[in-house]
Ligand binder design. Sequence first.
Ligand code: MLT
Length: 307
Amino acid sequence: MKYKCLNPIAEVGLNIFTEQYEKTDDMNQADIVLVRSAAMHEMEFTDNLKAIARAGAGVNNIPLDKCAEQGIVVFNTPGANANGVKELVIAGLVMASRDIVGGVNWVQTIKDETGVGKLVEKGKGQFAGKEIEGKKLGVIGLGAIGVLVANAANRLGMEVYGYDPFISVDSAWNLSRDIIHVKSRDDIYKNCDYITVHTPLVEHEDPNINTKEMINSDSIAKMKDGVIILNFARDLLVKDDDIAVALKSGKVAKYVTDFPNDKTANMEGVIAIPHLGASTEESEDNCAMMAVKQLRDYMENGNIRNS
Ligand code: MLT
């Protein structure tokens, strides 16, 4: 059986393959494929290909319709990187509230002068921030990641509102009772100081299900003045043109994301980093192990599971 990795996949996962699995560089020879973020939409699939496993949660880099037509099973690894993403989102909340980025840059600009300590102390007034304790956080999307973010923020003293039209039994079970479970996105928009999105990218005619560009001029108009928005989920959940306008007017005070783009990356109020949520040793190992186990279970026993 031949497998191909379209992205580097953690060794600890690949080691689970037994000797009957052989690595190939040739996509046309592969029975199974492991992928992280490589875009697969333009690729041709031969009849050899039986299954694709994404070492991550989102599957929008995989042509699901084409796979369904050709009978190729697609796996993802929900939850396997949730803790890594959660920790980065919590860092994002703090970075939006305390000017850590400004402070670091300031120290860098004066680090070669003498008496750095004193100079730094003198200028620090410009970096005063706010605390997140007691502030209202809205979490849109209560899957594995959203639930962890909601619970962690709640433990840090935030008042957390959560919304999800399809919350699973598993997520509901894990969600702290202190989270205020609201019935619409509008309840999040009108109440919250911070809003973080944790949904998959879904294009749908029903606006309650559609998530593509759900953060746009209409939804932003319903939010509090000076709201802080975080997007560590999917790039296209946020309409870049609209967030740029809202940042200019001050309606949105900060936009924190791991999807930098040409329109907003250099704007005042934007904290943008590479898509790093799942880029931890632990998350990469967990995703690789889950993906390889799924592929083996399918190839050897015909089982299809997403755990
Ligand atoms: C995910 O969908 O889980 C992340 O995008 C994973 C990643 O960064 O590869």
